[in-house]
Ligand binder design. Structure first.
Ligand code: FES
Length: 335
């Protein structure tokens, strides 16, 4: 077979130019933009906004009242787990209900058989797991913000519908209506998948419950940030070094520097109160030790980076957590 050179004037290349386009530009655009459009559409739903505001007004104060409760912190995942708990738990109902589908697809038994079978067991276990997953999701939802809150609410509503469908599927299965049970189970899994997609949007697109300081490494060298005389004792100050926002604090002559962006959802720590060398985030109340960034109360599950400090010629200097490699001295050869 003769191969074309791909250059102008080559008959093979000329023939390719005449072929129709595989897809129109608008279809191509839609294929890559629909998820963003979907989130924007959800955000414009008036009833969702109203419902979100109402739930926030009801649940917000309840959470604040109980934010010292260890169970509430554990529902977030918090400092003991080191990650949010909700995404891990959400795998359980998805996996168990997928198992129901597989068993149903391979079951050759009578369609009117009554009672629990293996698929029913999986369905029931998934329902229990979904209850626990919903509880952790609701707890995380109370500490989310703005658009994330509305998309998160829609995600939760879809999951509630999926849970209802799965419950109906289990009921009809036990009653011996296997055909209806299978259809309801399939519908439940489809709605769960849609809800899971929105959950993915919240994490991977919006960064919900993802550490906001995961990439904070600057400044790579000692950097002046504030004159020493401008930092009074026991009073937080916000400074910036190479674009990184840092909170400074001085207590009895000892300087502390900690990332100013809260690892949980980006609250500015310098605007929160400090007591016993622990700063409280003004957004959702996470607490971090100034000395080592340790979390002493969630919802944050990741410690806050701390930065080394020093005073040179009347200036406070800080350095990032990953200092730049030393430059090789002139004239010295690299190994
Ligand atoms: S932003 Fe949520 S606790 Fe700080």
């Amino acid at each position: 077979m003769r191969r074309g050179s791909g250059q102008a004037g080559d008959p093979a290349a000329a023939g390719q130019q005449g072929e129709p386009a595989i897809s129109s530009p608008s279809a191509t655009t839609w294929l890559v933009a629909w998820h963003g459009d979907l989130a924007a559409w959800l955000d414009r739903l008036g009833w969702l906004r109203t419902m979100s505001d109402w739930l926030t007004a009801v649940l917000g104060p309840v959470r604040e009242r109980h934010q010292d409760n260890l169970v509430v912190e554990l529902l977030h995942g918090g400092r003991w787990v080191g990650h949010p708990l909700h995404p891990a738990l959400s795998d359980l109902p998805i996996g168990l209900w997928t198992g129901v589908m597989v068993l149903d697809a391979t079951d050759r038994g009578a369609a009117s058989r009554r009672g629990m079978d293996a698929a029913g067991m999986l369905s029931a276990a998934g329902i229990l797991a979904a209850g626990a997953t919903a509880l952790t999701g609701l707890t995380d939802w109370t500490v989310s913000n703005d658009q994330e809150r509305r998309v998160g609410l829609f995600h939760g509503l879809l999951n509630t519908v999926a849970l209802g469908l799965q419950g109906a599927s289990l009921g009809t299965r036990v009653a011996g209506h296997r055909g209806t049970a299978r259809a309801l189970g399939a519908a439940s899994l489809a709605v769960t998948a849609a809800a899971g997609y929105l959950g993915g949007h919240l994490v991977f697109t919006k960064g919900v419950m993802v550490s906001r300081v995961a990439w904070a490494i600057e400044p790579r060298r000692w950097s002046r940030v504030l004159q020493e005389a401008d930092l009074p004792d026991e009073s937080p100050a916000a400074v910036v070094a190479e674009g990184r926002q840092i909170m400074l604090y001085r207590h009895r002559g000892t300087l502390y520097a900690i990332d100013n962006i809260c690892s949980h959802a980006g609250g500015l720590l310098s605007r929160g109160p400090v007591a016993d060398l622990t700063v409280t985030c003004p957004l959702h109340g996470s607490r971090f030790a100034l000395a080592d960034g340790r979390v002493s109360r969630g919802p944050a599950s990741q410690p806050q980076p701390v930065l080394p400090t020093r005073i040179r010629n009347g200036w406070i200097e800080v350095r990032g957590s990953q200092p730049a490699p030393r430059r090789p001295a002139k004239g010295r050869t690299q190994p």
